[in-house]
Design a protein around this ligand. Structure first.
Ligand code: FE2
Ligand code: FE2
Length: 139
């Protein structure tokens, strides 16, 4: 099942929202590669893009937080780090056991659920804070 972007995921911070859209589309690419029975190469290609983009996105969010002294920076970063660990463990399992449809499904379900939950909670709060600071800086 593909994930769809809707306004309930919109933090209002353009850069963050664009990256979240890209993340969801990368997740859908992995789901599609697996459900259409594409070969291992294509599955790992979409998986690598998703994990690489996730790491880049977390880095960008963390930079915005340190730039504006976000009070929950360490909590937010720890949540990112824990998720990166989880994804690392799942990715290793995919490499060891082979990207069978069931395991890819487990991975995409876990990533999708985590992502939606994190965006709607931690990212919403952080984006609202960063937006206020950015707006104040442009006045
Ligand atoms: Fe995010
Ligand atoms: Fe985040």
């Amino acid at each position: 099942m593909a994930y769809t972007w809707d306004s309930s995921l919109e933090t209002g911070h353009q850069k963050i929202d664009n990256q979240h859209k890209q993340l969801i589309s990368a997740l859908n690419d992995l789901i599609e590669a697996s459900s259409e029975g594409k070969g291992e190469e294509e599955i790992f290609k979409t998986l690598d893009f998703l994990t690489g983009y996730t790491i880049m996105h977390f880095g960008d969010e963390e930079k915005l937080q340190t730039k504006y002294d976000y009070p929950d920076y360490y909590v937010h970063k720890r949540i990112h780090d824990e998720f990166k660990n989880t994804v690392g463990i799942l990715t290793r399992r995919l490499r060891d056991e082979g990207p069978n449809r069931e395991l890819v499904g487990e991975v995409t379900d876990a990533v999708g659920a985590w992502l939606l939950n994190h965006i709607k909670g931690d990212d919403f709060r952080m984006a609202a804070f960063v937006k206020t600071k950015e707006e104040a800086a442009t006045v």
